[in-house]
Each structure stands twice: as C-alpha cells, then as structure tokens.
Design a protein around this ligand. Structure first.
Ligand code: ZN
Length: 94
C-alpha cells in the first residue's frame, strides 16, 4: 500500500490533470465497499472497507459525475484540493 505522501502526490497529479475534480460542491454517501476501483488510488475498494460515493455535476461541461473512493482517499483528495486553492491564492497576479 502506498504511503500517505505517495497517495497525496498521486491525487494531486490527478487533480492537476483534470481526472479528479477540484470541487467541494458535491453530495457524498458512505457505505461498504463494492469492489470497484477507487477514483483516487485505483485500487479496488474491498467490502470490508468504507467507501465514499461522491456525486456532483461539473460546471465546465454540465455533466454529472459519480466517483467512488476509499474514506482515506476522500480525505486526502479534500486536503489536496484545499492546498491547491490556497496556493492559487498565494500566487501573485501576473
Ligand atoms: Zn483509494
């Protein structure tokens, strides 16, 4: 299993490449894993683990998005989204 820093780097890269949205405007449902791959780390979410289902509609192209992810991946995704937003605010205007 990837350590925390590796997971965060992976999620950050996925946000920057647009594979993961950077949005807090979403509904989230928690339940047991159903074996689908996690949207963050790509590993299947076992039935013994907590799965978070994230649903949102993407403003850019008005599509509905449904993502399944591990609870710890959800937390890391939220943390990285926040960090990227903070960094964007810190950048001086060109
Ligand atoms: Zn995961």
């Amino acid at each position: 299993m990837a350590n925390k820093e590796e997971l965060r780097a992976l999620i950050r890269a996925q946000i920057l490449s647009g594979r993961l949205p950077r949005s807090f405007q979403h509904d989230v449902y928690s339940g047991k894993g159903d074996g689908h791959p996690c949207a963050c780390c790509g590993k299947p979410i076992a039935r013994t683990r907590v799965q978070y289902d994230v649903e949102m509609s993407r403003a850019e192209d008005d599509t509905d998005l449904a993502l399944s992810m591990h609870f710890h991946c959800y937390r890391a995704w939220q943390d990285e989204t926040l960090r990227l937003q903070r960094e964007a605010h810190l950048q001086p205007d060109a």
